[in-house]
Design a binder for this molecule. Structure first.
Ligand SMILES: Cc1cc2nc3c(=O)[nH]c(=O)nc-3n(C[C@H](O)[C@H](O)[C@H](O)COP(=O)(O)OP(=O)(O)OC[C@H]3O[C@@H](n4cnc5c(N)ncnc54)[C@H](O)[C@@H]3O)c2cc1C
Length: 365
């Protein structure tokens, strides 16, 4: 929708800030409940931390790759959009590269065996959700800057009014917005203290014409103490197509910024050491550095989080702005915070609260 029409039609129920999994899943729930909503996404595309490298043969995840048994919301969404889930390829030997760069075959177990992937990439879920929403409720390249009392001031100078405002963005980014009236000091501190899951990480992806490592009895899994990749996995599609390997980059974020192209070259040399000469001839490579993404990471997120934080919505953020301001990113989830299942759980929590409020508002007194 052109933003001018926002000025004509500002009487909406819900303004959602952020078009990642949480924001879109929330929009989907509220739209199904018949509420009028508008969603504003700062990037020129939807998905947030869910992103893919597009190769001529298909897509490879640059953000999340896996989901696990015991994640019912995620499994339901995969089924709803007719996407194919398949087990992470784990057949064959794992490789350990020691600190000297010497490769030891068959050292250990496939670390991600038992996890599941989505054929065509996680971005399929985002596309599925977007398709359920009216096009005139979705706004790309439109960042929220000031959160007023029942209103949002957008980066292009426009303003949108709504009964409920939802921040489906990482809490640390939410702590950098301006609030009128101001949030309590405690609420501000709580937002800033919540680390953004995986925001300090970078992924290197290489695609090939076929998964040649499988021919040699290698699973595609490798652990390295030499680097630059510290943990490598098979990232191919369900039938091995597109064929791909990915690795988490072990170089600190500040050094990654300066040496991105060197890291790509060194990563290919490392894949060649581990998987043989064919690994040095990829069809395409991609280095996705989440720490350098302003709509994901803050300066405090540059160092990867140690361990998995005990995410939840801090008490100081419950019932903000008389119950009209909500926080819905995965880091605020009641369970599985940090993960995609958590993003869906947070959307569920906020949609319940909003729908309950709208129903009580409409009920005869
Ligand atoms: C490398 C990596 C690997 C991962 N691996 C896994 C995995 O295997 N399994 C798993 O379950 N999870 C994994 N995760 C975590 C998973 O990606 C997240 O749980 C999930 O994508 C979070 O969704 P979200 O909507 O809560 O937040 P986000 O995806 O961060 O979405 C927030 C959105 O808000 C937008 N935004 C920010 N500020 C503003 C603003 N001011 N105005 C408007 N829009 C704004 C952003 O552009 C973004 O689109 C991984 C993440 C990364 C980075």
């Amino acid at each position: 929708m052109a933003l001018d029409s926002l000025e004509r039609d500002m009487d909406i129920d819900v303004a959602i800030i952020g078009g990642g999994l949480a924001g879109l899943a929330l929009a989907n729930r509220l739209h199904r409940a018949g509420l009028a909503l508008q969603l504003f996404e700062a990037r020129p595309h939807f998905g947030g931390r869910i992103a893919a490298l597009q190769d001529q043969r298909g897509r490879v995840d640059l953000g999340p790759s896996w989901f696990w048994p015991g994640q019912p919301r995620f499994a339901k969404l995969v089924a709803e959009f007719g996407l194919q889930a398949f087990p992470q390829h784990a057949t064959g030997d794992i490789v350990l590269e020691d600190a000297t760069g010497t490769v030891h075959r068959g050292a250990g177990f496939a670390s991600m065996e038992g996890s599941f992937r989505v054929d065509g990439g996680m971005i399929g879920l985002i596309e599925g959700l977007v398709a359920t929403l009216p096009a005139n409720s979705l706004h790309l390249s439109c960042a929220a800057e000031v959160i007023g009392n029942g209103s949002v001031h957008l980066s292009d100078g426009r303003r949108c009014s709504a009964r409920h405002v939802v921040l489906a963005i990482p809490p640390r980014l939410a702590s950098g917005l301006k609030y009128e009236p101001a949030l309590s000091n405690e609420a501000q501190k709580s937002l800033a203290a919540i680390p953004t899951w995986m925001a300090g990480h970078a992924k290197f992806v290489a695609t090939y014409d076929r998964p040649f490592w499988r021919d040699k009895g290698l699973s595609g899994d490798a652990m390295s103490r030499h680097g630059p990749l510290v943990e490598i996995h098979d990232a191919s599609g369900a039938d091995g197509n597109p064929a791909a390997l990915f690795g988490f980059v072990g170089v600190p974020a500040n050094a990654r910024k300066e040496h991105a192209s060197r890291i790509e070259g060194m990563a290919l040399e490392q894949l060649e050491r581990i998987f043989g000469p064919k690994a040095a001839r990829p069809l395409q490579v991609g280095l996705q550095d989440w720490a350098g993404e302003r709509w994901t990471a803050t300066p405090a997120d540059q160092a990867p989080v140690q361990g998995h934080p005990d995410y939840r919505l801090p008490p100081s953020l419950v019932g903000a702005a008389n119950g009209r301001l909500h926080f819905a990113a995965t880091e605020t989830a009641p369970e599985m915070g940090g993960l995609m299942e958590g993003a869906l759980a947070s959307a569920e929590r906020v949609s319940r609260a909003i729908i309950e409020d709208m129903r009580s508002e409409m009920a005869p007194s």
